[in-house]
Structure formats: C-alpha cells, structure tokens
Design a protein around this ligand. Structure first.
Ligand code: CAA
Length: 258
C-alpha cells in the first residue's frame, strides 16, 4: 500500500476526500504528490464503495503550481527522459466523477489540476492563474488546451500571456468554475455535491462523464451519436428499470450499481 506523506485521504460515506497537504510549499505539486494523488484516486475509482471524489487544498492554496524548486535545475534531456508530468494523464483517465474544491491560490499546475477535475466549486477567495510566463516557461499540464476550452481564446490568451490572476467571480463569469460559495464552506459544498452524485448509479455517472468529455474530443454529430448509443445501452441495466419504475411509483430509486 502506498504511504501518503503529501496528501490526506478520507472517506465520508460514499465520497472520497483527498486533501493536498504540503502547507510549507502552498501544496506545490511535486512528483511525490502527483504519484500519491493519482494512486489514491485510482484506488477510489475502482472501489465500489466510493461514488465520487472531492479534491481540495488548504484555505490559502488549493495548489500554487508544479514544484518550481524540483524543476529549476532540470535539463531538457532530464525532462524528456522522465516524461515530466506524464503521470497526470492517469488522473485524466479516471472514470469516477471528481470535483475540485478550490480555496485561495490555484496557479499554474494547481489551476491545471483543478481543470482536470470534472468541475470546480470555488470559494470566494479563490485566485486562478497560469503565471508560468513569469518563470520563462508555459503551462505544462494541459493549461493552454483546457483553459482555452473552458474560457475561450481571449481570456486564455490574456491569462497565459500576461500571467494575471482572476478571482472567483471572474472565473465563474468565464465558465471556469461551476459555482462560487463562501470560502469557509467550499469543502462542505463540494462534499454535498459529491454525495448527490454518489447516490446515483455509479456506472451511469461514469458514462455521463464520458459523454460530456466526448464533447471535447469529437465533432458534434459524432458526439451526439456517442451519447445516443450510450443512452440506448442503458436500457440493458437494472438501474434504468429501477430509476424509471421509481419515478412512476412516486418513490426514491434504489440503484443496484452504486
Ligand atoms: N513551487 C515550489 N515552492 C513554492 C511554490 C511552487 N510552485 N509556490 C510557493 N512555494 C513555496 C515558496 O517558495 C515558499 O517557500 P519558502 O518559505 O521555503 O520560501 C512557500 O511556498 C510560501 O510561499 P510564499 O512565501 O511565496 O507565499 P506568498 O503568500 O508570499 O505568495 C504566491 C503566494 C503568490 C502563490 C507565491 O508563492 C507564488 O507566486 N508561487 C508560485 C506560483 C507559480 O508560479 N506557479 C506556477 C508554477 S510552474 C507550473 O505550475 C508549471 C506547469 O504548468 C505545470
């Protein structure tokens, strides 16, 4: 079993909660943190007792980026040979729904990690930014692609080229975050949303996530066909029978595959 030194891992009912825990470095995402986070959430993905995951940081920082001190002295061949950041691809392949609960700084890799989650709930003190340009680099964990898809070219260019931070309100207005809540409630609100998701059929939630993600990978006609085929396939599941029977019988559904 992996020993977790940089994250705290808990389970609340059917919800997994992972808290980044490197306060001395504002939760900078070094390789150990990436490996531990990916291992913890991969285990939750496979655990039938977990239906959704929340990832959070501290009240001051969700994460202040990739670990600059760990990268500073690396050469090109080191970065290439290690395929630096490749581990994050495993995070993006998770099938379980993942919510980012962001308080404080979500910068560089921190903003990119939040964007790798399925949606972001932000505290009103949240600050998002891609300040890599100030370090003589550019985003390296998918920021130039995911931020552009989330907020459009104008704002992505503005943030990535100037390195300026945006607050929670601007982030919500731009479509980067799904809701803004008082900072002190951000984890609680994310846990509540995760509980709602975890009360549904887990395979159906996973398929719904896959269908939304297809919007980013395919054209409209292909994406709509993908969605319709999944929709048809669900009529082979007990959970569809139960969900629709419960509606007709005016009761709450009891899903089998949770
Ligand atoms: N990597 C390593 N250490 C970091 C860090 C990071 N990304 N961010 C903060 N820290 C460390 C600081 O070095 C400091 O450590 P020491 O006490 O040992 O000096 C500690 O965390 C506290 O930070 P500050 O004293 O700087 O705190 P502050 O409140 O004055 O400022 C901040 C907060 C504005 C977030 C500032 O820390 C900051 O600018 N951090 C870097 C942000 C950044 O550039 N992120 C992008 C990283 S590169 C990247 O992420 C690449 C990619 O695309 C994946």
């Amino acid at each position: 079993m992996t020993e977790y030194t940089n994250i705290l891992v808990e389970q609340r009912g059917r919800v997994g909660l992972v808290t980044l825990n490197r306060p001395e470095a504002l939760n900078a995402l070094d390789k150990a943190t990436m490996d531990q986070l990916v291992a913890a959430v991969t285990a939750m993905d496979a655990d039938p007792g977990v239906g959704a995951v929340v990832i959070t940081g501290s009240s001051k920082a969700f994460a202040a980026g990739a670990d600059i001190k760990e990268m500073a002295s690396q050469g090109y061949m080191d970065m290439y040979a290690a395929d630096w950041f490749r581990g994050w691809e495993d995070f993006t392949r998770l099938r379980i729904p993942v919510i980012a609960a962001v308080s404080g700084f979500a910068l560089g890799g921190g903003c990119e990690l939040a964007m790798m989650c399925d949606f972001i709930i932000a505290g009103d003190n949240a600050k998002f930014g891609q300040p890599e340009i100030n370090l003589g680099v550019l985003p390296g964990m998918g920021g130039s692609q995911r931020l552009t898809r989330a907020v459009g070219k104008a704002k992505a260019m503005d943030m990535i080229l100037t390195g300026r931070f945006i607050g929670a309100e601007e982030a919500e207005r731009s479509g980067l975050v799904s809701r803004v809540v008082p900072a002190e409630n951000v984890v609680e609100e994310a846990l509540k949303a995760a509980e709602v998701i975890a009360s549904k059929s887990k395979p159906v939630a996973m398929l719904a996530k896959e269908a939304v993600n297809a919007a980013f990978e395919t054209g409209l006609a292909q994406g709509v066909l993908f969605e319709r085929r999944i929709f048809h396939s669900l009529f082979a599941s007990e959970d569809q029978k139960e969900g629709m029977a419960a509606f007709t019988e005016k009761r709450q559904p009891e899903f089998t595959h949770r």
